[in-house]
Design a protein around this ligand. Structure first.
Ligand SMILES: [Fe+2]
Length: 383
């Protein structure tokens, strides 16, 4: 039995480090850049910093701002057309998880053709893709440090992942200044997504001392800073810590995969249009309560990081308290736990349970085995 750990080779962090984009393009030996982003980024003007540094260095670039939230393979194909028209040799993914996921998927179809959904699953991409530089504007999905792109499966209307070591970014640029204008709701929901990554990867059956160290440090950075960033988006220290925390969690879960919380969240039908981070927040207390039995020592540690007094009580009692501590954090962030509060109907429970258990990528290494009946009961208990 052996394990492999992989992560992007170069991560730049610091206020204003978006200025290093041009030198990174040159360092990679590239000359033409396609920036892939979404209309919201263009509206707030965050793309201008990237454009300015490229223009100053005389590097030709094109902008494709066609990324939609919950991107589908059709969205990837639209952006891939921009790739074909401009013939870049590097793709810059600028924005939240959707923009970075589409940037990776454009690299994938540029090398291997459409449709992207042929590659849903683990390590089905046969050979390298054009290089990407990923620049997040949220501290959440950590698409920048993972080898995963999540797209909407048009057949099932649920989200599925393409996992391949060929999708790792060549360079990650973490500039906290790009996250300062993120509104409180998105700060909270994307930040909880990052915390859920750290938790699901830490307790995962595929965890190693490397991923555990990263995920523990991610939790220690996110928990004390998410409330501060929510309360005051201009808190630069909190923003910088959140960006480090989210990326560290991504470095962890990219090597382990996530678990039941992500499986349940992905199983909620896309027609609800619920943001990924909100679904993760809503499903996190139930997923933690379910898994605590399987990994009590680790959940006791998580409870301690979430503020539970661990000086007394046995390990199982402390493990159970992690889920309650998560609910208290959600309350501070004005997010209701459970799916009903977000418009999901009780009659949807059987379908959600079935799709969640069938998600082998996420459930194979979840610490507690789960049947459809058990997940249905869990959903009813925490609905
Ligand atoms: Fe996530």
């Amino acid at each position: 039995m052996y394990t492999t750990f992989q992560t992007p080779g170069r991560i730049i962090h610091g206020e204003g480090c978006i200025e290093s984009l041009a030198s990174e393009v040159e360092r990679l030996g590239c000359g033409r850049v396609l920036i892939v982003t979404d209309p919201g980024i263009v509206e707030c003007g965050a793309h201008r910093l990237a454009e300015a540094t490229l223009a100053k260095a005389g590097i030709p670039y094109a902008l494709c701002a066609d990324v939609e939230s919950d991107p589908s393979p059709a969205c990837v194909e639209r952006c891939a057309k921009a790739f074909k028209d401009f013939s870049p040799d590097v793709i810059v993914g600028l924005g939240g998880g959707s923009s970075m996921d589409v940037a990776k998927a454009v690299a994938l179809v540029a090398a291997h053709g459409t449709p992207a959904q042929r590659f849903f699953g683990i390590e089905l991409v046969p050979s390298p893709c054009p290089p990407t530089i990923l620049v997040p504007t949220t501290a959440g999905t950590a698409s920048e440090t993972t080898s995963i792109t999540v797209l909407l499966d048009p057949e099932t209307q649920s989200k599925k992942g393409i996992v391949s070591s060929h999708l790792f970014a060549k360079t990650v640029i973490l500039d906290p200044l790009l996250t300062l204008s993120l509104p409180p709701f998105w700060t909270a929901t994307t930040g909880i997504d990052a915390l859920v990554h750290a938790i699901e990867s830490y307790v995962n059956l595929g965890a190693t001392p490397i991923t555990e160290g990263m995920c523990l440090q991610a939790m220690r950075l996110i928990v004390p800073n998410i409330r501060k960033a929510y309360a005051n988006g201009g808190n630069r220290e909190a923003r910088a810590a959140m960006l480090y925390g989210a990326s560290l969690a991504g470095m962890g879960f990219s090597n382990t995969q996530n678990g039941i919380i992500h499986a349940i969240g992905h199983a909620v039908l896309a027609s609800h249009h619920l943001p990924h981070g909100l679904l993760m927040a809503a499903a996190s207390p139930m997923g933690m309560a379910f898994n605590a039995l399987a990994a009590p020592e680790k959940f006791a540690t998580i409870a301690g990081i979430l503020g539970v007094d661990c000086s007394r009580g046995n390990v199982n009692d402390l493990a159970r308290q992690a889920s309650e501590a998560m609910k208290r954090l959600l309350m501070d962030l004005d997010i209701a736990p459970g799916l009903a509060a977000h418009g999901v109907l009780p009659e949807e429970i059987p379908g959600i349970a079935e799709r969640a258990v069938a998600d082998a990528r996420l459930m194979a290494r979840n610490p507690r085995r789960a049947t459809v009946g058990e997940v249905e009961a869990l959903l009813h208990r925490h609905f």
